[in-house]
Design a protein around this ligand. Structure first.
Ligand code: SF4
Length: 352
């Protein structure tokens, strides 16, 4: 199940202690657009401050820096104070997305007492709720009673890839495609919707292979998902991905590739969306030259599920140098970030 060498490399980069923070305040709240009810609308997003992901404490995923937002010794009282902040901030928004730097459905991370308080606090105010969870917490005994609050829930699972080799040797997710299928089946049988997260371009695979992996994974996951969110890699602090990226040994994916994935899967009826974190920035997905229009078209197509504008832009652009690069890179054993690597060599840094 676990690649121990990869797991050790990730653990060695973890900070020694969680930062001191206010346990009565969520990490952050903001509004953003999404289509959880089948049309684009404003949603409220909250990141609750919790003790964090149990998997992180055990091993952690290679790209995950969510532990930067956790605090130890968070009590149910602290969570209730955070929940009060959210309930006060909802305004006219009817859709709420909840992140916890871990799993909302983990009863040790978000205890049943706080969970109950949360659902009662948003009853009558929210028409659709999205919560995130690892697969192991999606059991009938743990989530069956959530239906009783009468709020439609979409559970989001980070499958990342349907390829178990990638899950194990590039991501260290501590899960598998079959566990995802089983969790999805339980959630859907109990009446919940399911959003599947996929990770575009994890460590140790070329961009060409990563594109193929996303297209394959979307095909594999679509029968088990209400919708699928393709999340391109972004560089988070104190992670193995950051460590390799800084050395020039990892290159972020291109926006052209994301557009291609969306266009090739848009007619599968899978409800594929992508709202890239850090798009067109140094630590997020970007083309060689920044392309704000392409990023906007990706957002718009995701929100509206009308891909015609994105297709027109994609088909009319000269992508020859990008395509040549992707093909040439794929032949290499490694796929470094040449710009960063050369900068390091020029500054006489050691490579490792
Ligand atoms: S399961 Fe999610 S929260 Fe936990 S370490 Fe992996 S990416 Fe981070």
């Amino acid at each position: 199940m676990i690649n121990r060498q990869l797991s050790e490399s990730i653990k060695n980069l973890m900070p020694a202690r969680a930062r001191t923070t206010n346990p009565d305040k969520p990490v952050s709240m903001w509004r953003e657009r999404d289509r959880l009810r089948g049309f684009p609308e404003n949603t409220m997003v909250v990141i609750f401050r919790t003790a964090g992901c149990a998997w992180y404490n055990f091993s952690s995923c290679s790209m995950c820096g969510y532990f930067n937002d956790v605090a130890s010794n968070i009590t149910p009282e602290n969570l209730k104070n955070q929940i009060d902040s959210v309930a006060r901030s909802l305004g006219d928004v009817r859709v709420l997305k909840v992140f916890t730097s871990g799993s909302f459905l983990d009863p040790l991370e978000f205890p049943p007492e706080a969970r109950d308080y949360f659902f009662r606090s948003i009853q009558g105010k929210i028409d659709k709720l999205l919560v995130e969870s690892r697969t192991e917490y999606i059991t009938e005994s743990n989530i069956g009673s959530l239906r009783d609050y009468g709020i439609p829930v979409r559970i989001a699972i980070g499958l990342e890839s349907s390829n178990d080799q990638i899950i194990r040797n590039s991501i260290n997710k501590g899960s598998s495609f079959s566990k995802f299928v089983s969790a999805s089946s339980t959630a859907r049988r109990l009446g919940y919707e399911l959003r599947t997260y996929l990770l575009f371009k994890p460590l140790f695979i070329s961009e060409k292979a990563a594109i193929a992996d996303m297209i394959q994974s979307i095909g594999d996951a679509r029968g088990h998902s209400t919708d699928i969110s393709v999340n391109p890699m972004n560089i988070q602090k104190h992670t193995l991905v950051e460590s390799m990226w800084k050395k020039g040994l990892y290159r972020l994916p291109r926006l052209w590739s994301l557009a291609r994935i969306l266009l090739e899967t848009s007619d599968l009826g899978a409800g594929v969306v992508s709202y890239p974190t850090g798009g067109n920035r140094e630590r997020g997905i970007h083309n060689e030259e920044n392309d704000p229009e392409l990023l906007n078209l990706i957002y718009d197509a995701s929100l509206t599920q009308d891909f015609s504008g994105l297709r027109e832009y994609y088909d009319s652009a000269d992508r020859s140098s990008y395509e040549e690069f992707i093909e040439a890179e794929d032949i290499n054993y490694d796929q470094p970030d040449y710009t960063r690597l050369l900068a390091r060599i020029r500054s006489s840094s050691t490579l490792l």
